[in-house]
Design a protein around this ligand. Structure first.
Ligand code: ADP
Length: 395
């Protein structure tokens, strides 16, 4: 029998650390440390059927990773039997178009992309150093959110700016969520029982961050996020597409410094800004159902802008064999899917209401009628599985 590799997946966010232990894509354990660097830092985890939690006041990423390994080992009662460690890395710039084994050069390149992801890449680099120290003998593999989109043609990745903006300052469209778009595209192909190499898909990842991607024959051809994750769709706290003149306009009429505008566009806009309720779609839907008009407007705007994003991705394709919904909102909310498809009448989706409510996180599948002109699917994403799968290739 083929050995089943055990992979530790490490995802260092700006103030969080997620970890998962997988054996051949089956979760043995997973957990999260939150509020790292704060007095209220804490962790929750699940190992098999057992759940646990603990406070880790003022813990940093280093302490969190060491603690995660201690938690796993104390549960197992022995050292972790690992074959590889997969590290999620937000930004690989133009250096990486696929997952790579991490050596000095790779680590230096991840650190050199820090200006492109100032909250994430330094945390990833630290996590990699600590993990390499803890597990010096196994391959450490970096899996980049940006790598999948390196196949975009020039017309998709370039901004309409003078070329020195790219040459001197690396200003271009990079995209994000690539691991998720690639993963659900492959799963959609399996669901449709057709080779990925023959398919043209639009995938929409709707979590706290949201993006759409045109996937042609398994390769990203365009995506809605750009230099940073702010561009494109409306999100939990991000505005998505906005006229860049808003900076000079708000400085003139409101005396707002550009940092304040940047902060608003990234952290106080989107579902939160429009609804005034929350960045969490569940809370916004609840408020809308209680008759709160701003919440209804936020959902309408979210779905309309999503539909526009899907249509913009169609420019990179000859046809859409399937529109694939994923991410916390895309997987779980039938109303958001149906409302969005209402704005895509041009593509003639025939939503099957029973299928639409039936499919979600636990069951992937078709949400349109068999004879629908546009096929729509729900496919749960799993960045951890995708990272583990790619890390396992290096074992
Ligand atoms: P992240 O991008 O942080 O990984 P997720 O993919 O978990 O986030 O998505 C988080 C979003 O999914 C939140 O807006 C949350 O409200 C939404 N969500 C989760 N479950 C549901 C649900 N049952 N109905 C609507 N939205 C949901």
């Amino acid at each position: 029998m083929k050995p089943r590799p055990k992979i530790l997946v490490v995802n260092c966010g700006s103030s969080s650390l997620k970890f998962a232990l997988l054996e051949d894509e089956i979760f043995l354990a997973e957990g999260i440390f939150e509020k790292l660097g704060h007095p209220e830092a804490s962790a929750r985890w699940k190992i098999g059927d057992a759940a646990g939690s603990a406070e880790y006041p003022d813990a940093n990423h280093q302490r969190a990773l060491v603690a995660a390994v201690e938690i796993l080992e104390s549960h197992l009662g022995r050292p972790l039997p690992l074959d590889a460690v997969g590290h999620r890395v937000v930004h690989g710039g133009e250096y990486f178009d696929k997952a790579v084994r991490i050596d000095h050069d790779v680590l230096a390149k991840i650190e050199s992309c820090r200006e492109l992801a100032p909250l994430h890449n330094p945390a990833h680099a630290l996590g990699i150093r600590v993990a390499k120290h803890l597990f010096p003998r196994v391959p450490h593999v970096a899996v980049f959110d940006t790598a999948f989109h390196q196949s975009m043609p020039e017309r998709a990745w370039m901004y309409a700016l003078p070329p020195e903006m790219h040459r001197r300052y690396a200003v271009r469209r990079y995209g994000a969520h690539g691991t998720s778009h690639a993963y659900v595209a492959a799963r959609a192909a399996a669901l449709l029982d057709r080779p990925l190499e023959e398919l043209q898909l639009v995938t929409v990842h709707l979590g706290n961050g949201c993006s759409a991607c045109a996937v042609r024959e398994g390769r990203s051809q365009d995506t809605t996020m750009g230099l940073t994750p702010l561009e494109g769709l409306m999100m939990g706290t991000r505005s998505g597409d906005i006229d860049a003149n808003i900076f000079s306009y708000l400085r003139r009429v409101a005396g707002m410094p550009s940092e304040t505008v940047t902060q608003m566009l990234n952290h106080r806009a989107g579902l939160l800004g429009v609804s005034g309720v929350s960045n969490d779609m569940r809370a916004v839907i609840q408020a809308a159902s209680e008759g709160y008009q701003r919440a209804t407007t936020a959902i309408d705007l979210f779905c309309y802008r999503l539909a526009k994003g899907v249509l913009s991705m169609a420019a990179a394709l000859d046809r859409i064999d399937a529109l694939v919904f994923t991410g916390g909102i895309g997987e779980n909310n039938a109303h958001v899917r149906a409302h969005t498809l209402g704005f895509l009448r041009l593509l003639q989706p025939a939503v099957d209401p029973v299928r639409n409510t039936m499919h979600g996180r636990e069951s992937c599948g078709r949400i349109t009628a068999d004879d629908s002109a546009l096929t729509c699917l729900v496919v749960p994403t799993s960045e951890e599985r995708a990272i583990a799968r790619q890390a396992a290739d290096f074992v």
